[in-house]
Ligand binder design. Structure first.
Ligand SMILES: NC(=O)c1ccc[n+]([C@@H]2O[C@H](COP(=O)([O-])OP(=O)(O)OC[C@H]3O[C@@H](n4cnc5c(N)ncnc54)[C@H](OP(=O)(O)O)[C@@H]3O)[C@@H](O)[C@H]2O)c1
Length: 241
C-alpha cells in the first residue's frame, strides 16, 4: 500500500432491531444508524425499504415475528446487537380476555423473542454481541386489566434473566430495558382503552429510550448494562398541553 492509498474500510457492526418501523424501535434505529449497519424489522417491506434508504447503511428485515424461520436469518453470519422491540399491548380483565388475546400476546412478546434469539445466537456468539429486550415497567408489576401484557413482560424478564447467565460463558451480554409510558402509537391506544385524552408531551419520548440502548451498546466488554428502568419524571415540561 502506498502512502496515498485509502485505508481499507472497517465493516460497520450490525444491529437487527425488531419493531423498527415505528415507536421505540424506530427511535433506536435512528440512534444506532450513525454507528451500525441496520437490519430493520417490521412487516411492510416497502415501508422498511423507504426507511432503510434514509440511513447510511440499512436493509429491511421484513417478517411477522411470529413466523421467523431459519431461512430469514440464513445470511446473518455475525451480529453485534439484537434489539427486541416488536410488541403488542392487549388490555382487558381476565373475565373478558379470550384465548386468542392470550395466544397472540405471548406469541409476539415472548415466543417470537425466544425463537429469533435462538436462531441468531451463533451469529451473536461469533461477534461477542448483545441482546437487548425492550421490556416494560409491566415486567415488574401487574394490576387490573394488565394480566396478559404484564404476563408477557414477566415472562420476557424470566427469559432474559436466564439467557444472561447461559450466554455469559459464550461472551454474549443480555440487557433488559424497562420503560414506563412512552409516547408512541401503543400509548395512544392505551389512552383510548382508558378513555383518557392523550398528550404525547406528558410521556417519555422514544428518543430517550433509544439513549438507554446506546448506553448498553457502547459499554465496553468488561461491563454490561443488565437491567435499566426509565420512568416518566412526572415533572411538567414545555411539551405538555
Ligand atoms: N409505548 C410504551 O409506553 C411502552 C412502554 C414500555 C414498554 N414498551 C414496549 O416497547 C416495545 C415497542 O413499543 P412501541 O410503543 O414502540 O409500540 P408501537 O409504536 O405500537 O410499535 C410496535 C412495533 O412492533 C411491531 N410489531 C408488532 N407486531 C408485530 C409482528 N407480529 N411482527 C413484526 N413486528 C410487529 C410493529 O411493526 P408494524 O409496523 O409492522 O406493525 C411496530 O414496529 C414493545 O415491546 C412494548 O411492549 C412500550
Amino acid at each position: 500500500m502506498t502512502s496515498s492509498s485509502p485505508l481499507p474500510r472497517t465493516p460497520l457492526p450490525t444491529a437487527l432491531i425488531t419493531g423498527a418501523s415505528r415507536g421505540i424501535g424506530r427511535a433506536i434505529a435512528d440512534e444506532l444508524a450513525t454507528t451500525h449497519h441496520l437490519l430493520l424489522g417490521g412487516r411492510d417491506r416497502s415501508e422498511l425499504e423507504a426507511l432503510a434508504s434514509s440511513y447510511p447503511s440499512a436493509e429491511p428485515f421484513a417478517v411477522d415475528v411470529r413466523q421467523v424461520a431459519e431461512a430469514d436469518v440464513a445470511g446473518i453470519e455475525s451480529l453485534d446487537v439484537l434489539v427486541h422491540s416488536a410488541g403488542v399491548l392487549r388490555m382487558g380483565a381476565v373475565a373478558d380476555l379470550d384465548d386468542d388475546a392470550w395466544r397472540e400476546s405471548f406469541e409476539i412478546n415472548v415466543f417470537a423473542v425466544a425463537r429469533l434469539t435462538r436462531l441468531l445466537l451463533p451469529a451473536l456468539r461469533r461477534a461477542g454481541g448483545q441482546v437487548i429486550a425492550i421490556n416494560s415497567g409491566s415486567g415488574f408489576t401487574s394490576g387490573s386489566s394488565s394480566a396478559v401484557y404484564s404476563g408477557t413482560k414477566f415472562a420476557l424478564r424470566a427469559l432474559t434473566d436466564a439467557l444472561r447467565e447461559e450466554e455469559r460463558p459464550h461472551g454474549v451480554r443480555v440487557c433488559s430495558i424497562h420503560p414506563g409510558r412512552v409516547a408512541t402509537d401503543m400509548q395512544r391506544e392505551l389512552h383510548e382503552y382508558e378513555g383518557k385524552d392523550y398528550n404525547p408531551g406528558a410521556w417519555i419520548q422514544p428518543e430517550q429510550v433509544a439513549k438507554t440502548v446506546r448506553l448498553a451498546v457502547d459499554a465496553s466488554r468488561e461491563a454490561a448494562v443488565e437491567s435499566l428502568n426509565i420512568r416518566p419524571s412526572g415533572i411538567r415540561t414545555a411539551g405538555m398541553a
